[in-house]
Design a binder for this molecule. Structure first.
Ligand code: SAH
Length: 242
């Protein structure tokens, strides 16, 4: 269906900075700082050890590797080839086992329907033309009863000021031009898209970012960056909504 669900400019932005992916003080520093919080949030809801996990838009593997270190059997997919090369090299370096593949979420879900215990998709939906199709693919790849975790940037005035201006221009913590505010997603929209894909919302949490200390914490404030946990119902729970 939507194998064209890719913005080449976005991939080229990420490829351009691929070599900086694991520099914790570099362009992707924010992802490194957020990662322990994302792991916390996931672990509040589910175990990771011995679970099959699909990480969609895995980038250089910050989340993928940390999930594998906790005993997950992780497949990381992304379409930015140079970023994936960095992910593969880093995993070789650290000896962490992650199965990285250059494939779209939609195609992967077609090839592996209902195959994963957990699916993660972090900081990626705001970079694709059709986030609904990614969420549907994530849902399709998840086993009934499995859990899904998404994070993205909220389309609020506060996020425009803080996430884009502060993060990109003042602190240089993400490459300039990485984010287009109109592609950010409100929590109600993410919840609605997930509901369309047959998923139940379990929980949400905000990620507070303190630009002065460059530290983050989980919070109830979803106005900038936020996480959501969903569950794919077991077969017998699935009902036609109308
Ligand atoms: N999820 C990782 C990386 C986030 S950066 C983390 O949070 O640590 C966003 C990633 O999405 C980049 O690696 C980019 O290449 C990828 N991406 C953007 N559009 C994509 C698409 N259509 N399909 C797959 N990956 C995509």
């Amino acid at each position: 269906m939507s194998d064209n669900n890719v913005d080449p400019q976005e991939l080229s932005n990420f490829n351009q900075y691929a070599h900086k992916w694991w520099d914790t003080d570099g362009e992707f520093g924010a992802l490194h700082k957020m990662n322990p919080l994302r792991l916390d949030f996931i672990q509040q809801h589910t175990g990771i050890a011995n679970q099959t996990i699909l990480d969609i838009g895995c980038g250089g593997g910050i989340l993928s590797e940390s999930l594998a270190l906790l005993g997950g059997e992780v497949t990381g997919i992304d379409l930015a080839e140079e970023v994936l090369s960095v992910a593969r090299l880093h995993a070789l370096d650290t000896g962490v086992k992650v199965n990285y593949q250059a494939i779209s979420a939609e195609e992967h879900a077609r090839q592996h329907p209902e195959s994963y215990d957990r699916v993660t998709c972090m900081e990626m939906l705001e970079h694709v033309p059709d986030p609904q199709a990614i969420i549907q693919a994530a849902a399709d790849a998840t086993k009934p009863g499995g859990m899904l975790f998404f994070s993205t940037l909220n389309r609020s005035n506060k996020s425009l000021l803080l996430a884009v201006f502060t993060a990109e221009y003042l602190l240089n913590i993400v490459p300039k031009g990485t984010h287009q505010h109109d592609k950010f997603i409100k929590p109600s929209e993410l919840a609605q898209m997930a509901r369309q894909a047959g998923l139940n919302l379990i929980d949400s949490a905000g990620i507070d970012f303190n630009p002065v200390f460059k530290r983050c914490a989980l919070s109830k404030d979803l106005s900038i960056n936020y996480l959501m946990a969903f569950q794919k119902p077991l077969l017998e729970e699935q009902t036609d909504e109308h």
